[in-house]
Design a protein around this ligand. Sequence first.
Ligand code: CTP
Length: 401
Amino acid sequence: MQLKNKKILVGISGSIAAYKAAHLVRLFVKNGAQVKVVLTPNATGFVTPLTLSTLSKNPVHSVLFNSETGEWTNHVELALWADLMLIAPLSASTLSKMADGQSDNLLLTTYLSAKCPVIVAPAMDLDMYKHPSVLANLQKLRDNGNQVIPAEKGELASGLDGEGRMAEPEHILEFVKDFFAGTQTWAGKKVLITAGPTYEPIDPVRYIGNRSSGKMGIHLADTLAARGAEVVLVCGPSRIRQEYDSIQRIDVETAVQMFEAVTARAADMDCIICAAAVADYGVENPATQKIKKDGQIPEIKLVKNPDILAWCGANRKKGTIVAGFALETDNEEENARKKLEKKQADLIVLNSLNDPGAGFESDTNKITIFGKEERRADFPLAPKNKIAELIVNTLEKWFIQ
Ligand code: CTP
């Protein structure tokens, strides 16, 4: 099951090879992938949505807007769902529209919204496939970061014999498996991530908390799971869900519970990333009954919480990578480097509260990463899921390769 948990969005355009796409969808499903299908309006003449929905076990989409039901297909959601978009067969017409950035059908709008890698498998007649404008469009697609599975030689629908047949479904399957294998840079590695805020109870209804959403840590968990890591996510109260079912999520509330969940598992880990906004102080003796306002003004005594990152830095087994975050408002670099040393971490991700668009409740972040021996990497403002990729890329570059 080499494609287990992989989400593949298959785009089918109008070509006689569309019938082979049905077999391809079946192969993906048999290999453990989750498959969704989008068709161009022309493709529905070659293969029926019913065949494809039966094989993919998911609804099939072919129109942007259904005038009968008044429903709109959310192409952005489809595009974001996928780990990979595969367009097979790719007709000359869809190719040209993709190269031009046109968006007059669902497949094209989905393609333009896709953040995941895109692979295409062209299918054309011999002379079309060799035409300079087709070759130029294929090159344009490659230049835009898409991968092309070359057409194969053989008998064509026109009766001619030559290059232009869509690659056989078995060959496309192998290409896709190799593609995913190449992205599995964390296969066999165990990673523990802390995320979210902690809540420190004052009484059964009140707590001391903070504004952390958990987004950064959860995106890191998803990014690492996508790259093959076995991920344990120790998460404070956060409404955000991870995308990958393979992630083991342990929900905790207080800093002490987070500390216990981490220390019990740390010895097994190849990498520990502390992204949680842990409350530095908890309440010494939380009241067991709700504190009433008719009594004396209560005094709350705080006690220091354990520092999870510092514990991980000091108690790691040999070879475990330890990474943390620093949120600073002044002397950013100096404070981040101090934290790196004090907590014996290998890497500190600095968020400066001085940067507009960075911080707790924002969807974006701006980071600088510091490592030992004056290592430093600066990045521009980016969405938090992109930031997670940048952090994981840096971990790979500095510690794994
Ligand atoms: N951290 C932790 N446990 C704590 C406090 C912090 O694991 N009890 C981790 C955070 O997850 C983060 C890093 O330590 O990775 C930095 O936390 P931060 O609160 O910025 O630093 P502090 O050590 O608390 O220092 P200060 O608040 O004085 O800046």
